[in-house]
Design a protein around this ligand. Structure first.
Ligand code: 13P
Length: 282
């Protein structure tokens, strides 16, 4: 069943767990993630990132995501990830998305607040939820795996986050505390004291971006400190690619649907391992 961000965030707060938010720029990843959510009977978020528009247009994958969410027998939130323009967010909402992230993290505080407020007004018309970001998430190609590209100043400042949440009243806040998007080139060094302080001051569900590639122990501590949504993509997509490559190299006569089946199963297994930690499933 299709639900909004507020519903899955309140589940996460109540159960002191994190909801997995998986980028799904193809049908294969949608199938992999929803299969796990249905097996373990947990709510989940499937997300399309604006940056994936060139890989898969929103207009193509959006209606498929919404349909799969409606048909699922667990709560599924369909989320627009890293929306950088209000027009793109509006397009997603018109397609039936129940949540959007407005990413103004590279703007000044004032501009970020101004645009986030416009996004808040827009999502409310559709009964959807909103996530925004304060602090800048490095990508592993931009700097070190500790997110220190440009210095610790890119980490979220707890007092600034508090002011931002008071002004915008967003449903969830993405915070920068040491994770990075993409493949980790060194072990991440997460600033848990920072995330604890941000939670204390803002009281909103916090979001970890760059969630794939983080250790089990770090997931658990992050959740204890207030992370309620974990964005996860690169390592799952890499597992799908490894499985496809292994299959093609293993024998002759492999057809495309064999590759797809192998990739779905590899992504399912990878996200199953992550989800067991996020939802504290034995
Ligand atoms: P990874 O691809 O590093 O797991 O990050 C996903 C993400 O944060 C999407 O917003």
């Amino acid at each position: 069943m299709l639900v909004n961000l507020q519903e899955v965030m309140s589940y996460a707060e109540k159960n002191r767990c994190a909801i997995g938010a998986f980028n799904t720029p193809n049908l294969e990843s949608i199938l992999a993630v929803l299969k796990n959510a249905e097996t373990y009977k947990v709510p989940v978020i499937i997300a399309h990132a604006q940056v994936h528009e060139s890989v898969m247009p929103l207009e193509t994958i959006g209606p498929i995501m919404v349909l799969c969410a409606q048909k699922a027998n667990v709560p599924v939130c369909v989320h627009l990830d890293h929306g950088e323009s209000l027009e793109y967010i509006e397009k997603a909402l018109e397609l039936g998305f129940t949540s959007a992230m407005y990413d103004g993290s590279k703007l000044s505080f004032e501009e970020n607040v101004e645009n986030t407020l416009k996004a808040v007004k827009m999502v409310r018309k559709f009964g959807a939820g909103i996530e925004a970001e304060i602090g800048v998430m490095a990508s592993s190609t931009e700097g070190s795996s500790e997110g220190t590209a440009g210095g610790k100043s890119i980490y979220t400042d707890p007092e600034v986050a508090q002011k931002f949440v008071e002004l915008t009243k967003v449903d969830a806040l993405a915070a920068s505390f040491g994770t990075v998007h993409g493949i980790y080139t060194e072990k991440p060094n997460l600033d848990f004291a920072r995330i604890e302080r941000i939670k204390e001051l803002t009281k909103v569900p916090l979001v970890m971006h760059g969630g794939s590639g983080v250790s089990r122990e770090d997931y658990i501590t992050s959740i204890e400190k207030g992370i309620r949504k974990i964005n996860y993509y690169t390592y799952m997509a890499r597992e799908g690619a490894f499985a496809a490559k292994d299959l093609v190299n293993s024998k002759d006569g492999v057809l495309f649907h064999d590759i797809v089946t192998a990739a779905v199963e590899a992504m399912r297994k990878d996200t199953e391992n992550a989800m067991k930690v996020f939802y504290n499933i034995p």
